[in-house]
Write a new protein. Structure first.
Length: 608
């Protein structure tokens, strides 16, 4: 079964297969009856709609129950602009797409602030609003009577660049448009922009910690998704020549979502298969006459029960079509991993600090979690931050990395005050952190997760990524090469292509630290990276942390594993109840009475 799914993944992943299908459909359309051409045209619309929601929901993780709204805006914009304002069809199409992209961008501003049920309800509200406007704004949309007489093949008045389109011409134009959109979407999803979408879906906090501006990513996802649904709407207007509000109700939004889910969200091929099934199925179900919707409902229930990851998930390997995998593997083949940096001594203790924390405090509703902590992290030195549970170590990392606002004090990174700045900006400036519970993209491979560390260094604009501009490919190849080096250092090269969720826990910790190395930070904050690691994994972790030190990074290590800390750190700071109780070296710490009483527990043994 696995061999079959692997083979299917290879076959369906071939761009030549897509080209062959497009060419075959192009010629076949000239040989078949009109009804079939119409059905194929609807298939193109459904593919665009299903991909549009796939990008927003399956890839960027933003559920939408109002996609029919974008479809309606695109359709009415094209219909009104061509019919009432005499604008040419191609220009109207471009304007309709631009308008829906702008609406998507604007919708992201409120929608980007909410999640899950609230987001579902907000987007359903958007869909309802569009539906009601279509119904009530009768001077423009024709209201419930609808807008008829839009240029279409049926009326023989669909003129494009002086050429009158019949049904077959329109289908061919839709076929080419759909193929181009799919190609651009695939390229985009496989670039670092696409990885940012997946990262936001997996964990917004982790995305921020890699320098990904989640608000911007969501706005882009809404705008592109809106534009795709808008394009489908504009094409629909010219396909049918008539628009009525009933085509844009909530059921249309649900249908679009169902197509993408049944096909397989998060993949490129899934929504195509889902769209094909749901274009073909209603026709077949007509034999059940008045029972057809019952049968439809039953089929849906069975499909969701049996195909948990959609048709694509059943046919192929999981998430085979996402991210940079194919490209990464190709580039990796000619990559020679660099040897780990030679060990050097720690940097001198008197070099200027890369990170200065001064008098930092943080309260949580009356609880003082941090109470005036000061700390300096210098290049090429590893500082341990230790202390009993609840002493404020993670809070310090969260405040410094921008997840929590400080209640008081300063955080200065490389001479710049960063206290209170958003987490992604702090990461962009070179302060990278890991989490107590590793936060990775579960559907990504080890390589893809490591690559996410490089997000802050990518520069290619979205258009260049969608067009696979040579500069984008070069940038991507450089990053992949660096990811290979990081994996070699971390001993992860043997599992580079494994999905992270299929690997034991220890690997996830190492991958998260590898991701931090990939970011080429100036300052790294590691929150209990050794927890739960085996002896062999601890060895690899130590190599990675020493590599950070030897390449001049300032490292803060929160850790309870004293033997591990003893072996690698240069300086130690101990916290208790949000205050510093010790600063110095390891030996001094072990003998310090305050540390013994608060943390090391020897004092308690003495009492026993
Ligand atoms: N988001 C929050 N809301 C309320 N209280 C919090 C929050 N985060 C931390 N605290 C509290 O702040 C104090 C310090 O917690 P913190 O997690 O920083 O300790 P820690 O030293 O990292 O502990 P551990 O070693 O168990 O991770 C604790 O009393 C904790 O309950």
């Amino acid at each position: 079964m696995n061999a079959f799914r692997h083979a299917m993944a290879r076959i369906l992943g071939q761009p030549l297969l897509g080209l062959a299908v497009v060419v075959a459909l192009w010629f076949w359309a000239g040989m078949i009856d009109r009804a079939t051409v119409q059905l194929l045209s609807f298939l193109m619309l459904n593919i665009l709609l299903a991909q549009s929601i796939n990008l927003l929901t399956g890839i960027a993780g933003q559920i939408s129950l109002g996609h029919a709204g974008f479809f309606a805006i695109g359709a009415y914009a094209a219909g009104v602009l061509t019919k009432s304002h005499g604008i040419s069809v191609p220009l109207a199409l471009i304007l309709a797409v631009a308008l829906t992209a702008a609406v998507g961008w604007l919708l992201a501003i409120p929608a980007g602030r909410v999640k899950e049920f609230y987001l579902a309800m907000m987007t359903a509200g958007f869909g309802l609003l569009c539906f009601e406007i279509a119904k009530e704004w009768s001077s423009v949309t024709g209201g419930v009577v609808g807008l008829s007489g839009i240029a279409s093949p049926t009326l023989r008045n669909l003129k494009v660049l002086g050429w009158t389109f019949d049904a077959v011409d329109l289908f061919r134009a839709m076929l080419v448009a759909t193929a181009i959109v799919l190609l651009l979407m695939r390229n985009l999803v496989q670039s670092y922009h696409g990885r940012a979408f997946f990262a936001v879906q997996a964990s917004e906090i982790a995305a921020g910690s890699m320098g990904i501006a989640r608000g911007q990513v969501k706005r882009r996802a809404y705008a592109i998704s809106g534009a795709m649904a808008g394009l489908a709407g504009a094409l629909y207007a010219h396909l049918v020549g008539y628009l009525g509000p009933d085509s844009f109700g909530i059921m249309r939004s649900v249908e679009v979502l169902v197509m993408a889910i049944v096909g397989g969200m998060g993949t490129i091929v899934g929504p195509i298969l889902g769209a094909a099934l749901f274009t073909w199925l209603p026709e077949r179900l007509q034999v059940f006459a008045e029972y057809q919707f019952m049968v439809y409902g039953l089929i849906l229930m069975v499909i969701f029960l049996v195909l948990r990851r959609g048709i694509a998930g059943a046919l192929t390997e999981p998430t085979r079509f996402i991210a940079v995998r194919a490209m990464a593997a190709a580039r990796a083949a000619d990559t020679k991993p660099a040897a780990p940096a030679p060990a050097t001594n720690p940097g001198p203790a008197d070099r200027p600090a890369l990170l200065e924390v001064r008098d930092l405090a943080r309260n949580f509703a009356g609880l003082v979690a941090l109470d005036g902590v000061s700390l300096s992290l210098r290049p090429g030195r590893i500082t341990a931050l230790i202390g009993p549970n609840g002493s404020g170590k993670s809070t310090l990392v969260n405040v410094v990395s921008g997840i929590y606002q400080p209640s008081r004090g300063h955080v200065v990174l490389d001479g710049e005050e960063i206290g209170g700045k958003p987490d992604h900006m702090i990461a962009q400036r070179g302060l990278i952190r890991t989490f107590q519970d590793p936060r990775l993209v579960p559907s990504f491979t080890v390589r893809e997760n490591i690559l996410l560390g490089g997000q802050r260094h990518f520069r290619s604009p979205m258009l260049a990524a969608a067009l696979r501009w040579p500069s984008t490919l070069r940038e991507e190849a450089d990053m992949v090469r660096r990811a290979e080096q990081v994996m070699a250092l971390a001993g992860l090269d043997g599992v580079a292509d494994q999905i992270i969720d299929s690997l034991p826990y220890g690997y996830r910790r190492l991958v998260e630290v590898g991701r931090a190395i990939m970011a080429e930070p100036t300052v790294v904050l590691l929150d209990e990276p050794a927890a739960g690691l085996s002896e062999a994994e601890l060895g690899r972790l130590a190599t990675m942390i020493r590599h950070l030190r030897d390449t001049g990074k300032a490292v803060l290590l929160i850790e309870h594993h004293m033997d591990f800390v003893n072996d690698i750190v240069d300086d130690v700071v101990v916290l208790d109840s949000g205050r510093e109780i010790y600063r110095g070296d390891m030996r001094g710490m072990r003998e310090d009475p305050a540390v013994i009483a608060a943390y090391l527990g020897v004092g308690q043994n003495d009492h026993a």
